[in-house]
Each structure stands twice: as structure tokens, then as C-alpha cells.
Write a protein that binds this ligand. Sequence first.
Ligand SMILES: C[S@@+](CC[C@H](N)C(=O)[O-])C[C@H]1O[C@@H](n2cnc3c(N)ncnc32)[C@H](O)[C@@H]1O
Length: 192
Amino acid sequence: MTACPPSATPAAGCGGQPSPWIARFAPLVAAEGPVLDVACGGGRHLRHFLRLGHPVTGIDRATEGVADLAGRDGVTVVTADLEDGSPWPLPADARFAAVVVTNYLHRPLFPRLLEALAPGGVLLYETFALGNERYGRPSRPDFLLRPGELLDRVQGRLTVVAYEHGLIDIPHPAVIQRIAAVDPRRDSLPLI
Ligand SMILES: C[S@@+](CC[C@H](N)C(=O)[O-])C[C@H]1O[C@@H](n2cnc3c(N)ncnc32)[C@H](O)[C@@H]1O
């Protein structure tokens, strides 16, 4: 399974298994380093990184799906609309060992996502791409990555560990793009 359906509610559709892409590259993240999940939905990646021993922060405009996590040690849940022009909802100097985004795209956030990475931090991003409109929603170009867009977004800033763009058929046909990229200020090369 890679992408949860775009129509899924945070509580229901996106609270399941972690994306295989995120699970595959989670070991790149510094042990016990804090992880930020932007548009965390039902918190499947918050839960995954918590199990791996990371403190986690999740932001979403609808946080009912992670209500069970709020207040737990190592969990910060922030309810905020990331698109309404409000200031970034975290302290300006907050830095994370990983920033995770899945099945969500709001292009003006890209500079903020890169800035939120600590030295050596990991960006794990996976969402729908152009061509997905043939298979369903999202179908608006605003919500679909252009070919190579994630590469362009990190160029000159991060080292690309892995990148894919193409059609998946599980859990349903969809065109997705995904990247794992690391801030080069690391003591060691990523173990892949
Ligand atoms: C398809 S779900 C993906 C959830 C999660 N990332 C996952 O893959 O399991 C999209 C998420 O984006 C959140 N979202 C959409 N627009 C948002 C906004 N303007 N500000 C904050 N969150 C938003 C939704 O509430 C929803 O939880």
C-alpha cells in the first residue's frame, strides 16, 4: 500500500499502515531524533516513528484522528490550517531529524519544510503526481506534482537518496511521486 485515498478522513482512511516508502527510509532518520509529520491525518506515520523511538510532532487542520496520541510522552499534536495564511504553527527555530509529508501538497510550504530540517535531517515526501487525474482524485494540478518536481525542490539543498515517479496499482491505481533526501551535513553517509 502506498497512498491512502485522497477522500479518506483522517480518522478512518489514513490511520492504517505506514507507506512502504516511509517505512523503507525511516532508518535514515537519526536515532531518537524528532520527526515532524505535516498534514498527519490519522497519524499512521506518527505512530510508526513513535514505535521506532522518535519523539513526534504532527500538524493537521483536523486532528481528531490523532486524539488518542495527544498528551502521550513524546507526542505533540498541533491543530492548524497550513493554507489560510496564518503564521507557521511551530516555533520558528524548531528543527527536526525528519520531515514527513504524504498525500498532501501545498506548494508554498516547501521552503518551510526544508528550513525545518536539522543538519543531517531527512525529507520523506510522497504524494500524487500529474497523470493521476486519469485514475481519480486528486485531479487538480494544484494537488499534483509535476514530473521531477520533488527533485527540483531539493536541488542544491539536499542529497537525493531515492526518487520515484510512476503508476502504482495498490491499493488502487494512482500516479505518485516520492523522494527520500538528506541534508548533507551528516557525519556519515546514509546506510541504504
Ligand atoms: C489524504 S490525507 C493524508 C494524511 C496523512 N498524511 C497520511 O498519508 O496518512 C490529507 C490530510 O491533509 C490535511 N489537510 C488538508 N488541508 C489542510 C490544511 N489546509 N491545513 C492542514 N492540514 C490539511 C487533511 O486534514 C488530511 O488529514
